[in-house]
Design a protein around this ligand. Structure first.
Ligand SMILES: Cc1cc2nc3c(=O)[nH]c(=O)nc-3n(C[C@H](O)[C@H](O)[C@H](O)COP(=O)(O)OP(=O)(O)OC[C@H]3O[C@@H](n4cnc5c(N)ncnc54)[C@H](O)[C@@H]3O)c2cc1C
Length: 379
């Protein structure tokens, strides 16, 4: 694995860092407190090419590699993990699958505006009774000849209200179990599609998470992605790649909290010296930095394997498992280093701790990552 970044990769990282500092930092506390979706910021992210980074320029994307993507994700999430999840879902869970498996017509109609960031997408797999066990789809898509009739409810959908294009998974043939699942491109204004309530969340409160209801929604047959019954394979494939993005989100949160804690420890005095001079604090910083570096290496390994078109299933699960635990550990210690100030909004680290928790839950919980890793080890 080559750890020397190219000039292009470093330029992307720097652009993301500047964007985060100048466009995301102002207002991040208010957006979290008031649960405001960062519409203006997401629009700018689209204009800067952050929403379709890995899509080929032929379809309006940046044509970049996964390494560039994780470098940018880390910088964005260092400051605002809510913007990070919008970026992650659009890039990994929506655009990637559409480019790889969509028809030319689907790509022209849907991928191009998504990759350019003119609209954003949503990935709709989870249901009230189907989370970790995504095979258990209750949403149905009845084959009616030239269209499918979609009925059911999806839960916890990121970009639920702000998206325009939704990749919806549904059961077409129950007898075939997960081989009967299909993925469909659903437009927001299709009759029978209703956006449900917005969730009030612990963290990533700027992102809009909604339930979605489908009642007799007529989805044209040409909106199915891939062959009949390909949906489950598509979902697992995009989640595999998506995990690298979420691992990078976790790394960004951890790095952001670490940098704040490091700076604070050199400024705050207790017992006549900067608190960084107390070994208990210095050792916390050592542990935090070591876990962050280990996370970064796991993430870069997974990204490199993906870019080299090698199997990255185990690597992406390891990266997400480790980086998300690191994000929790580091943010908790960052609060501790800040003492009482860590417990209040204006020092950022309390938000970062709340944001970190979701990285252990979505796109496969930590327990599910362990299943993926152990399956690979024991095969
Ligand atoms: C803020 C947020 C945003 C989300 N965004 C999206 C989105 O955009 N699209 C989407 O489709 N979904 C989304 N999700 C859903 C998310 O992916 C699921 O919540 C997650 O997969 C877990 O599913 P569940 O909540 O049903 O928990 P469950 O599957 O019910 O799991 C409950 C607990 O049991 C454990 N568990 C389950 N099965 C096993 C097992 N076999 N072995 C060991 N432990 C197990 C889990 O690890 C967990 O600890 C989002 C969720 C949240 C909270």
């Amino acid at each position: 694995m080559d750890l020397n970044f190219t000039e292009e990769q470093l330029a992307v990282k720097e652009a993301a860092r500047e964007f985060a500092e100048f466009e995301l930092l102002p207002g991040v506390i208010e957006r979290d407190e008031k649960e405001i979706f960062p519409a203006e910021q997401v629009k700018k992210m689209g204009e800067m090419g952050f929403l379709g980074m890995m899509v080929s320029p032929e379809y309006g994307g940046g044509g970049m590699d996964t390494v560039s993507y994780v470098l940018a994700m880390e910088e964005i999430c260092k400051v605002d993990a809510s913007c990070g999840v919008v970026m992650s879902v659009n890039n990994s869970l929506v655009c990637w699958g559409l480019e790889k498996y969509g028809t030319e017509e689907q790509k022209q109609k849907y991928l191009v505006p998504l990759a350019k960031g003119e609209v954003i997408g949503a990935f709709c797999l989870s249901e009230p009774e189907a989370g970790s066990d995504a095979t258990h789809q209750r949403t149905t898509a009845e084959d009616k000849g030239d269209y499918y009739l979609l009925n059911g409810t999806k839960n916890w959908i990121t970009n639920g209200n702000s998206a325009s294009i939704y990749i919806v998974y549904a059961q077409t043939d129950k007898e075939k179990r997960h081989h009967g699942i299909n993925a469909f491109i659903v437009e927001k204004d299709m009759p029978g599609f209703v956006i449900g309530k917005k969730e009030k969340k612990l963290g990533i409160r700027g992102s809009d998470t909604h339930s979605l209801m489908f009642t007799d929604v007529k989805v044209p047959k040409e909106n199915r992605i891939g062959e009949d019954g390909f949906g489950f394979k598509l979902a697992m494939g995009v989640l595999n790649g998506g995990r690298i993005g979420i691992a990078a989100q976790a790394l960004g949160i951890a790095t952001g909290a670490f940098e704040l804690a490091l700076k604070y420890s050199k400024e705050r005095k207790a017992f006549g010296v900067e608190i960084s001079k107390h070994q208990a604090i210095a050792f916390k910083l050592s542990d935090m930095a070591t876990a962050i570096e280990a996370s970064r290496l796991l993430i870069l390994q997974a990204a490199n394997l993906k870019d080299d078109k090698k199997d990255f299933t185990k690597a992406s699960a390891m990266a997400k498992l480790f980086a998300s635990q690191t994000a929790m550990d580091v943010t908790i210690e960052a609060i501790q280093i800040h003492g009482g100030y860590g417990y209040v909004q204006e020092y950022h680290v309390e938000r970062m701790m709340r944001d970190a928790k979701i990285t252990q839950i979505y796109e496969g919980t930590s327990e599910i990552q362990k299943i993926v890793i152990s399956r690979d080890l024991l095969k």
